[in-house]
Write a protein that binds this ligand. Sequence first.
Ligand code: RP5
Length: 173
Amino acid sequence: MTDQIQSGNTASESPLVGVIMGSRNDWDTMSAACEMLDRLGVPHERSVVSAHRTPERMFEYARSAADRGLKVIIAGAGGAAHLPGMVASETVLPVIGVPIQSRALQGLDSLLSIVQMPGGIPVATMSIGVAGAKNAGVMAARILATGDSDLRGRVQAFIDQQRDDVIASAELS
Ligand code: RP5
């Protein structure tokens, strides 16, 4: 089993967002982040990087991310979810954490592991599960849109589409 998850990017696009997760089993959740990045036209890479099972790989990923051209890292992990915080400790890039919904404690363990960072090492923590992963993709796009007017237009169009969808679905007659 490979630890790289197939990217939808074309070969000419350099990834701006790195999407990592502690286990292949997290992909069902983290794919929602990649779907949003695809929808908003943000090139990204995706792979499995485990804080506990592949710690050297994690540090290498974090230390090389900025020099490789990444601008934002999205990190999902469950249970003793140390990946986002440890990656944040070894990069200057903004790190967005996604708590995976664990079986034993329904993701409360993941949430608390990710959100309770010591002062000075921030992780922007999303909500538990698929909604959190989706929001991580949107948040990464919003961060990048501060310096990219085309992307800003796509983010605005996404917001407008959501509004129109809700208005259309509110017609219950
Ligand atoms: C974490 O442990 C992963 O992020 C995953 O959510 C959790 C369980 O991993 P598996 O045992 O399912 O591979 O590192």
